[in-house]
Design a protein around this ligand. Structure first.
Ligand code: SF4
Length: 448
């Protein structure tokens, strides 16, 4: 929540010395509140006052980073309850659960299955980003360490589900450089677990018998100086889990209760109790209702496709069209002599069309027009994908100077533009392509 000028003035040195360029501390405070001047322009604000101001101005929900390199993920940091209010910023991540109580064959099977889900959709890689490695004391620490090593080989962020501080310390010695999450603090062990997590520099997951105990444990860890935390939703029932995620998010954002403002872990595998259909439904529900990390028993391709589609929709900014850069996209090694096809810059259109063109194997150039990120028919209706705009775009981009081939295919849905384009671009042979992208493969092969 942004600080008001008066709040800043209360923390100011009140010397009115003018060294900051403002006539008084009050005037300076007003400028800082408006964001036109940095607080650092005054040399007399104490570090404590600056820290207090930074904390007061920080979003109510904490941002936590886990993992490293290309496997680093940002969790939390949300500022609204509903996507349509502004946007959600840090998407839900998915984990598949392993446990040291499982047979080796089952573990191998699950590890292999995790790697199978890996594909691109609208420029985003869809895969299982995390692996939950649960410790079963009955199978012993040695087997757990073997499992941690195996899971680390997948190059995904590990979540170590372990409540024994000694076992946690040994497991972290094996993988702490990859910044896993240590998920095992509770009301009885939080001090020791805090020391282990802080020593390894990793985020700590916190659980409670109920939401009040969870809150008290989070508050106790904050008092110990640890704000690199996540909380676990109650897994007694679906209703209880939903209550934790929704009430904590509401308390953080609406009531500015920062102790509730941490990313959440929802163990959907526990809630679904082996029911695959229920797991699929819960993964979708908790993607929308505030799960930062969702732990599944498994995630195959058929389950991943709709789930990642939902996530992509929920975590895109509704105020920004999903666009690709306008320009020439050579496909299948298309050079200056390759046939041209044109379409709009709506990301979904681009990825569907380019995917089909790639599938055809025919060298070609896809020329993406600046159509404001709208689909073919919408941009045509809005006058952003018309014969004039296409002709203008070709001129501005000097397409004729870059490509020698003079065959241009237009989307079948705007076949009405053919005559106008022939009049405006007389050097080009205008060809009407099929209405559906899936028909492009046959269309291009037949043209060859
Ligand atoms: S430099 Fe600091 S103390 Fe001096 S007038 Fe500006 S805000 Fe006040």
């Amino acid at each position: 929540m942004a600080l008001k000028g008066l709040d800043i003035f209360k923390l100011s040195p009140k010397k009115n010395c003018k060294e900051c360029g403002s006539p008084t501390c009050m005037a300076f405070s007003m400028k800082v509140a408006q964001g036109t001047v940095s607080i650092d322009a005054c040399p007399y604000f104490s570090e404590d006052a600056k820290t207090a101001m930074r904390e007061a101005a920080a979003p109510p929900m904490k941002t936590i980073k886990v993992g490293t390199g290309d496997q680093q993920y940002v969790l939390g940091g949300e500022t609204v309850l509903f996507r349509h209010e502004k946007t959600f910023v840090n998407k839900t991540r998915y984990a598949v659960a392993l446990c040291s109580s499982m047979d080796d064959a089952v573990i191998e099977e699950k590890l292999a299955a995790i790697e199978k889900v890996d594909y691109d959709r609208i420029g985003e890689r869809m895969f299982v980003e995390m692996v939950y490695v649960n410790y079963d004391p009955k199978s012993g620490a040695v087997k757990y360490m073997e499992l941690v090593k195996k899971a680390a080989g997948l190059n995904r962020v590990l979540i170590l589900g372990v409540e024994d501080p000694e076992v946690a310390r040994t497991a972290l010695d094996l993988c702490k450089d990859s910044k896993p999450i240590l998920n095992g603090a509770n009301a009885s062990n939080y001090e020791e677990m805090n020391a282990v997590a802080a020593g390894a520099g990793v985020a700590l997951g916190v659980s409670g018998e109920n939401d009040s105990e969870l809150y008290d444990t989070l508050a106790a860890l904050e008092k110990l100086g640890n704000k690199n935390l996540l909380f676990n939703a109650n897994t007694d029932s679906i209703k209880a889990a939903y209550a934790t995620t929704v009430q904590y998010r509401r308390a953080a954002i609406k009531d500015n209760d920062r102790t509730c403002g941490y990313p959440s872990i929802v163990n959907v595998a526990k809630l679904a109790r082996g029911d695959n259909h229920l797991q699929a439904a819960l993964l979708a529900a908790f993607t929308m209702k505030y799960g930062s990390i969702l732990v599944a028993d498994h995630l195959d391709y058929a389950e991943a496709l709709p789930l990642y589609g939902i996530r992509q929709n929920v975590f895109t900014d509704p105020q920004k069209p999903m666009k690709v850069e306008p320009g020439i996209y050579p496909i299948n090694g298309g050079d200056e002599n390759a046939i041209c096809l044109t379409t709009v810059d709506f990301a979904l259109t681009y990825f569907v069309v380019s995917g089909e063109l790639e599938r055809s194997g025919v060298p070609c150039n896809l020329i993406v027009n600046d159509a404001g990120g709208l689909s073919v028919l919408t941009s045509w209706a809005a006058g952003k994908f018309s014969s004039s705009s296409i002709a203008k775009f070709f001129e501005e981009q000097d397409i004729a100077g870059k490509i020698k081939c003079r065959k241009l295919c237009i989307p079948g849905k705007v076949a009405a533009l053919k005559g106008e384009l022939e009049a405006k671009m007389p050097d080009w042979e205008i060809i009407v392509a099929p209405k559906e992208a899936v028909q492009l493969v046959k269309f291009l092969k037949d043209m060859q």
